[in-house]
Design a protein around this ligand. Structure first.
Ligand code: GLA
Length: 691
């Protein structure tokens, strides 16, 4: 790798000397052509517009020395690219990209639409977003635009097209990030009118909407679509769910606007993505990803501590958005600036997190950010280079990761995790539960992660997917809380089970139809017949309730459903112990054969130990085997396969060292030679391949 890089550099230099200055840009821009880019990319968000040009080379040299081969550039630089309406300046960006190429660093270009310039919002205040109370944002901060504004979209299209015309064939630009972290919707009159039109297109007649939303309740009956209020809370659940669908479609069309500016001018090899935010549920990611090429997310640890299982679940979910490898477009170089206490990752954990990303199918990891702007809202955020322009302590750890990515890239190229277990991530259900939690602590994501934890530890690979995806390749599909279950989705699940698939439904499943109305069969709605049983009543719990069965004993908290097993062949797996009288001795989990497969319904939020016993018995029953059966607790085992390669990534998330026995002799890709076991220090990583 080093030799090849040096050769490129020599070639670039020779070309410039021998054929003169005019060819310099071509020669150096070819230094990291797409075809030459390393298979695994480590990088950083870089903001050349915030620094004097005389500083750029020093930054890029430091990046190159740390084996960083990627910068994301431009996503907040609109006022520099278009300093006044229709006056463009891209010369600085041309030079920044060219200089990056010289240092073997490829570029993802961010469209700058998350930060409109002051001239735009001042002259056209109708482009600013409005909150639910009708208050317009003012210029300042960022993301102050209305996602539905036609005028804003026109400006966004123009600046994006100008960029695409200029860089769509640039050999050093590998892809595009649209905007930055889509988030807040707008409630301005234009957005409202679009929502009303959207509802009209969906329902056809107002009577149909009135019927689906049961608007005779509280005299909500509407005479026409324009009367419908637009709110995110405290409204009819049917309205709330449709608003989320509208928001999802609107972000999708927001992307489509920019995609239509890029695609006609860009090489096919340049991907188009946007950067998403893990569990964020402002819109349906599957809808928003339907017109993107790859998924990319910003991996910041959710609270102040790194919960590797939760983080792994978010990687797997992101991989599921496009059912292929993804990018980590941003991650923290040790700490952020937006928590109550911005504690740091321990020494070693930045590397641990980078390898976890790769283990779950990332092909790139980029730090946010390279260096803090001297002023601006994020002066305290973690960086790789300090205010003086020299490395901060974490730089060396990142450099180690960079060396390791270079070393292992070839073996990992074209490989991806492979799972026979899937966990369902369903936005409709998450929203519907959050609209009416009934127990304030019933967090649908926490319940998903409760199931993910033991499944992942026991199977060592889990796909997190949409319920609408093809399920055929999975031995086990688990939906932790499939609250919204339409007849169509139920048919999809039934077809899977009849062919031999095994479905597990968690508490609150099947309560609602696709309009967020109650299913008349009770839970699990259209699957009651297949289950041969149903939910007789649900209870929000203040106190724990004992639960036991053949798999073991434990307790339920937060939520318990009193089940009935009506069909003779429906078996009871778990029963409640003495509780409120209603639940005493009643079924808590039931199961039944369906065609060649099975359906299992777990009606309670059960404790971690009992849930682990239940998932272990289900995995065994349905023939799911771990990759490395005896891995110590807290040592994550990831495997990527493909392209004739099989690579094992071991990560010790513990604060103590761990010894891992390998199934047979394997080649150590980080060290030398081969081995049959590995000793990992705290936060240690090893990468091994079949010999
Ligand atoms: C987000 C944004 C970045 C930056 C980081 C800080 O992910 O996309 O611009 O603000 O947060 O953690």
């Amino acid at each position: 790798m080093l030799a090849r890089k040096t050769l490129h550099l020599i070639m670039a230099c020779t070309a410039s000397v021998s054929v003169g200055l005019a060819s310099l840009s071509i020669a150096s821009a070819q230094a990291t052509q797409y075809a030459e880019k390393p298979p695994l990319l480590l990088g950083a968000a870089w903001y050349p517009e915030q620094w004097p040009e005389s500083r750029w080379e020093a930054d890029l040299e430091l990046m190159e020395a740390a084996h960083l081969h990627l910068v994301r550039v431009g996503e907040f630089a609109w006022s520099v690219m278009e300093p006044a309406e229709d006056k463009y300046d891209f010369a600085w960006l041309d030079r920044a990209i060219e200089l990056a190429a010289k240092h073997h660093i490829c570029v993802v270009l961010g469209t700058p639409t998350a930060a409109p310039p002051a001239w735009l919002t001042t002259k056209y205040p109708d482009t600013l977003r409005m909150d639910e109370k009708g208050v317009r944002d003012e210029h300042g901060n960022r993301q102050q635009f209305s996602f539905a504004s036609e005028r804003y979209r026109k400006f966004a299209h123009e600046i994006t097209e100008k960029m695409a015309e200029r860089y769509g064939h640039n050999p050093n630009v590998v892809g595009w990030q649209l905007d930055n972290e889509y988030a807040a919707p707008s409630f301005d009159p234009e957005a409202k009118a679009q929502f009303h039109a959207w509802l009209k297109a969906k329902y056809g007649t107002i009577d149909n909407l009135n019927n689906r939303w049961t608007t005779s309740y509280w005299s909500q009956t509407y005479d026409n679509f324009d009367e419908i209020p637009v709110r995110e809370k405290g409204e009819n659940p049917g309205l709330l769910l449709d608003w989320k669908h509208f928001v999802s479609d609107t972000w999708k069309s927001y992307s489509a606007n920019q995609i239509s500016a890029i695609r006609p001018h860009a090489d096919k090899r340049q991907f188009i993505t946007t950067n998403t935010m893990g569990w964020f549920d402002g819109f349906d990611e599957y809808v928003v990803h339907s017109n993107l090429d790859i998924a990319a997310w910003d991996d910041y640890i959710g609270d102040e501590h790194y919960d590797w299982l939760d983080n792994g679940a978010r990687h797997d979910m992101t991989r599921g958005f496009k059912d292929k490898n993804f990018w980590v477009m941003e991650t923290q170089p040790a700490f952020v600036n937006w928590h109550a206490v911005n504690s740091t990752l321990a020494r070693g954990q930045v590397r641990d997190m980078a390898w976890q990303a790769i283990g779950h199918g990332a092909d790139a990891v980029a730090y946010w950010q390279w260096r803090s702007a001297l002023n601006g809202q994020e002066q305290y955020h973690g960086v790789l280079v300090g205010a003086d322009g020299t490395p901060v302590p974490v730089y060396d750890e990142v450099k180690q990761v960079g060396e390791e990515f270079d070393k292992t890239g070839k073996a990992l190229e074209g490989t991806t995790p492979q799972s026979s277990v899937a966990l369902i991530n369903d936005y409709d259900s998450r929203w519907a539960i959050n609209f009416q939690r009934h127990n304030r602590n019933f967090d649908p994501v926490a319940e998903m992660v409760n199931f993910y934890g033991p499944l992942y530890k026991q199977a060592q690979s889990v796909d997190v997917i949409s319920v609408h995806d093809s399920l055929d390749k999975y031995k086990l599909v688990v939906a932790a809380g499939l609250n919204v279950l339409s007849k169509e989705t139920a048919d999809h699940l039934l077809a899977y089970m009849k062919q031999g698939g095994n479905l597990v439904l968690g508490p609150r499943s099947g309560m609602k139809d696709e309009y967020d109305a109650l299913n008349v069969e009770r839970q699990p709605g259209p699957l009651v017949d297949a289950l041969g049983g149903r939910v007789e009543q649900f209870y929000a719990l203040e106190d724990k309730v004992p639960v036991s069965g053949d798999t073991g004993s434990g307790s339920a908290s937060l939520w318990a459903e009193q089940l009935s097993a009506k069909a003779v062949d429906t078996q009871v797996l778990l029963r409640y112990g003495a509780s409120n009288g209603w639940l005493d001795n009643q079924p808590a989990a039931i199961t039944r054969k369906v065609g060649k497969g099975t359906i299992t319904y777990v009606g309670a939020w059960i404790d971690d130990d009992l849930l682990a016993k239940l998932t272990s018995s289900l995995l065994q029953q349905h023939g799911v085997k771990p990759i490395l059966p005896d891995a110590p607790d807290g040592v994550e085992v990831c495997q990527r396969k493909g392209n004739g390669h099989s690579v094992l990534i071991l990560i010790n998330h513990n604060t103590a060292k761990a010894h891992v026995k390998l199934p047979h002799e394997m080649r150590d890709l980080l060290g030398d030679g081969s081995r049959t076991s590995v000793d990992l220090p705290a936060y240690g990583v090893d990468v091994l391949s079949e010999k």
